[in-house]
Write a protein that binds this ligand. Structure first.
Ligand code: SF4
Length: 433
């Protein structure tokens, strides 16, 4: 039986709306008049939707973030439980219409001698079965299972929101930074190889065919690379055995083919690191991790200004982080450096701008690297607010943070892309996993 690399099907519903159905090795997408678009992973789980100007992203924990533009401004809102239920019901109703009105058309498509089924490595999919998976998907059971397997996924870098998260550690080994409460809900611990292997099995079982929508591995939680090298290598080996990792130098075409052939094929392993943990790894250590599939490491510089870092109780100095980035680059790794805008307010403003630009300029960043600019959003669970109030450090306005970014950018001597690092925004409020 012939297999297609993607199936497209266009038809009209009795109410006149044009439907475009597309099934490929990563997702099923249904568009209604291009005003409503639903995207599902291959397990039938809703990933995201667009409905009359509003974008929706469903997290695996069941929460749904709606984002839209109003008068040129970006708006966002987490749906309440009832709104989520209504949103899922509306989606199901639309898919049921497609099944009942178009089942015979789709079945007809299946009986033609071309484009009948989709061969996704270890699975062969057909359109009718995928639509039924979507309608039958049990969201409540899925959320329960997600919470059994994972501790909350607190944050990821923006280019890793669609990664397959594997929690080799839980929590942050420091939890000292006054602005951060992301991991204060759990003590830090490192999983044994046996426990981690079980976690990987559970994660694969949870995602099922939906794993093919996740094309990178994120080794979590906050600073998984703090794991001493002799304990980290067995964990990275477990990852490398479970997932084929794309060779570093693969062409764009080889990459596409690699990902199409195997739903578990990944573009690489990615992780956060803090300066102090990175200090404990040599170039050779990073090289071993690179050989096992580590591709990019994300480091929260926050600022290059030492007095501000000390005030924020960051566990490492800017000089240590500059040095760590040099060693990661020497090992052939890509680096993502995160800068926090507005933190420390006017009190630290001049030093923050000058020293952050200087620290970035001292890093050997190239076109494979990324500098993220993250506007500071105070977390009411973190001590920053009360410390700032007591010491008269005001909260930054969006205009103040924009101006800081512009002034830091103006001082950068690093080349612009493609030779130099990309400069991209990193907005924590947009994070959904
Ligand atoms: S900013 Fe990073 S190192 Fe600091 S407490 Fe948060 S997760 Fe830990």
């Amino acid at each position: 039986m012939p297999h297609a690399s993607s199936i497209h099907h266009r038809f009209s519903l009795p109410d006149g709306r044009a439907v475009h159905l597309r099934l490929n090795h990563e997702a099923l997408t249904l568009s209604f008049d291009e005003l409503q678009v639903y995207t599902f992973d291959l397990a039938g789980r809703l990933y995201g939707a667009f409905d009359h100007g509003v974008n929706y992203r469903r997290g695996l924990d069941g929460r749904v973030l709606a984002r839209w533009r109003e008068g040129g401004e970006r708006k966002r809102k987490w749906l309440g439980e009832e709104e989520v239920r209504a949103f899922l019901e509306r989606m199901r109703g639309e898919i049921e219409k497609v099944i009942s009105d178009q089942y015979s058309v789709i079945s007809g498509l299946e009986s033609e001698d071309a484009a009948k089924t989709l061969d996704v490595g270890r699975w062969t999919l057909d359109v009718s079965n995928q639509l039924e998976r979507v309608v039958d998907f049990d969201y409540e059971a899925d959320v329960r299972r997600f919470h059994q397997i994972y501790r909350p996924i607190s944050i990821l870098p923006p280019d890793q929101y669609q990664a397959l998260v594997l929690q080799a550690t839980e929590g942050c080994s420091f939890n000292t930074c006054t602005f951060c409460a992301l991991y204060r809900d759990r003590p830090f611990r490192i999983k044994s190889p046996e426990e981690f292997e079980g976690h990987v099995r559970d994660v694969l079982d949870f995602f099922g065919p939906g794993v093919s929508m996740r094309r990178s591995i994120f080794l979590a939680d906050a600073n998984a690379l703090i794991i001493p090298q002799r304990r980290l290598l067995p964990l990275m080996t477990i990852v490398a055995r479970a997932f084929p990792i794309l060779p570093e130098d693969a062409s764009a075409e080889a990459r596409r083919e690699w990902l199409r052939r195997d739903p578990r094929a990944m573009t690489g392993v990615f992780a956060f690191v803090d300066g102090l943990s990175a200090e404990r790894k040599t170039v050779a250590d990073f090289g071993e991790l690179q050989a096992l599939g580590l591709r990019r490491v994300y480091i929260g510089l926050e600022s290059g200004h030492e007095p501000l870092l000390a005030w924020l109780r960051k566990p490492s100095t800017a000089a240590e982080m500059v040095d760590a980035v040099g060693r990661m680059k020497a090992a052939g790794l890509q680096v993502g450096v995160i800068v926090l805008l507005g933190v420390g307010g006017r009190r630290f403003d001049r030093g923050h701008v000058a020293d952050t630009a200087a620290a970035l300029n001292a890093m050997p960043l190239d076109g494979k690297d990324i500098i993220y600019f993250s506007p500071f959003e105070p977390d009411p669970r973190a001590p920053y607010l009360s410390i700032g109030r007591a010491e008269g450090v005001e909260l930054p306005t969006p205009e103040f943070m924009d101006a800081q970014r512009t002034r830091i950018l103006a001082r950068l001597t690093l080349p612009l892309p493609p030779a130099g690092p990309k400069r991209v925004p990193y907005n924590l409020a947009d994070f959904v996993y």
